[in-house]
Write a protein that binds this ligand. Structure first.
Ligand code: AMP
Ligand code: ZN
Length: 472
């Protein structure tokens, strides 16, 4: 079966064809670790996680690299404003290194709560400065750069089709970079590859370079690390939609400037999570984190479930009522699955029909392979739960399989552990009842039967012992 992806570059849904058969090289832009990730950021990481797991579901071996930006990201993506790491350090009266370590750990803790799998390669900007300098040197040798006020700039006029990803007119692109005029730039959309002390004299994170002591620009980090860890052609590059006009546009200019050919085969962008009063803003401090939702009694997986009910390319409006509805529907789903699992334990004589399993797996694949249509994939899951064409054992096998993509602990969640505990309790009660019957203690035996009855368990006394089943 084919896997279809909406590619931002061509603005079309296209059949995914990997560079190398059976393998996928995927790069996703990681967090700037100066504060907690907000639930909007995390929506994008959930989308990327689903993408990776869907590709794996299709049998691809995915090599996934993600950067950790711990230097060089200014408040605006267009090189203006303060340095985000320095802002974090000032805010908390800590060193930038302490801030980076703390928020990197916090980020991965959040990811764990949302069942976002760790990338195979996690690369920190500060560990890869040498490779960024190497890339800037190549760009300089190829004539893409100029030096002004001590900084090294990328001259976008030197790169053909600079706006091909964003497909905005130059005026529109320019409007986005006009926040603060940098007099050193020849073109307002030029961007910094290497800052020297012209920008922040007291910057603590500094390295020697052919252009003086300083630090890299944010965009060059991703280009250099992606190339170092995944090579000069990659299959998929992802991020949020805000990265299209500046960050990813600049990444293309740098990377393709260096290699001289197409760098990324498919560009995928997740739409924003929005609040009814607009965007969440980290700089203003009014943003929601995993802790904020936990404080209101929701789990990370409630939020994951909430996100998966919408398609990643649609804006998603967040409010606590909507999260509450999602959490309720997630709980109902888990209860239904628990019931199926419990019942499946009695399907001992049931034969598994591989054809019907395959039939439903294909239905599911068709949806996730349709540019990650998660809402429809849930419809298939509900169909599996409801149908009487499948035994409980077959249902369990399918749910387990689908949950490799959803990662919602549908089969191995706490309740299902409870059902194992339930099973032990049920068997113990049956044993007690048998003992009571043996000693003709009918009152005790009936009390136990009533108790099981209240647990929705029906007893069937047969010649060779007592069997039980869940009442419908
Ligand atoms: P940052 O740490 O700011 O670089 O952002 C991390 C990721 O979150 C990037 O891929 C952004 O494009 C994405 N992002 C930022 N804000 C939102 C939002 N409100 N909704 C979804 N994704 C977002
Ligand atoms: Zn990036």
């Amino acid at each position: 079966m084919d896997f279809y992806i909406y590619d931002t570059m061509t603005r079309k849904k296209a059949k995914f064809v990997p560079l190398e058969k059976g393998k996928v090289k995927m790069y996703t832009c990681g967090p700037t670790v100066y504060n907690y990730a907000h639930i909007g950021n995390l929506r994008t990481y959930i989308f990327e996680d689903i993408l990776k797991k869907s590709l794996e579901y299709f049998g691809y071996k995915v090599k996934h690299a993600m950067n950790i930006t711990d230097v060089g990201h200014l408040e605006s993506d267009a090189d203006t404003g303060e340095d985000k790491m320095e802002l974090g350090a000032k805010r908390e009266n800590k060193s930038v290194w302490e801030i980076a370590k703390f928020y990197e750990n916090a980020f991965f803790r959040d990811c764990e709560k949302l069942h976002i799998k760790k990338p195979d390669i996690i690369c920190k900007a500060t560990d890869n400065i040498h490779d960024m300098i190497k890339m800037i040197k190549i760009l300089q040798n190829k004539g893409y750069t100029y030096i002004s006020n001590g900084n090294v700039y990328y001259s976008i006029d030197k790169f053909k089709d600079y706006n091909k990803l964003a497909n905005l007119s130059m005026n529109e692109l320019e409007a986005g970079s006009r926040v603060e005029i940098d007099k050193g730039k020849k073109n307002p959309m030029d961007f910094v590859l290497w800052f020297t002390n012209s920008k922040f004299k007291n910057q603590i994170m500094q390295w020697d370079s052919p252009w003086g002591r300083g630090f890299p620009g944010w965009h060059v980090e991703c280009s250099a690390m992606s190339m170092k860890y995944l090579g000069d052609r990659i299959d998929i590059h992802c991020g949020g939609v805000d990265h299209i006009p500046v960050h990813h546009t600049n990444e293309i200019a740098q990377s393709e400037g260096v290699v001289g050919h197409k760098w990324v085969n498919y560009w995928m962008h997740g739409e924003f999570l929005v609040l009814s009063n607009g965007k969440m803003s980290k700089s203003k401090g009014d943003f929601l984190t995993v802790s904020s939702i936990e404080d209101k009694g929701f789990s990370g997986l409630d939020y994951r479930y909430f996100c998966l009910q919408s398609r990643y390319r649609k804006q998603l409006l967040f409010n606590f009522d909507a999260l509450k509805d999602a959490a309720l529907s997630y709980k109902k789903l888990k209860d239904k699955v628990s019931n199926i699992i419990l019942k499946s334990k009695q399907d001992k004589y049931n034969e598994i029909d591989e054809n019907i399993i395959e039939y439903y797996k294909e239905k599911f694949s068709k949806q996730i392979g349709d540019d990650l249509n998660t809402p429809n994939a849930f419809t298939i899951l509900q169909e599996v739960i409801k149908t009487d064409k499948l035994s409980n054992m077959e249902k369990k096998i399918l749910i387990e399989s689908f949950d490799n993509v959803f990662s919602l602990e549908l089969v191995n969640h706490k309740n299902s552990k409870n059902s194992e505990v339930d099973e032990i309790i049920i068997n113990k009660l049956i044993e007690d009842r048998n003992l009571a019957r043996k000693s003709k203690n009918w009152v005790e035996a009936d009390t136990i039967r009533d108790k099981l009855n209240s647990m929705n368990i029906e007893l069937i006394d047969l010649k060779d012992g007592t069997k039980w089943r869940i009442k419908n």
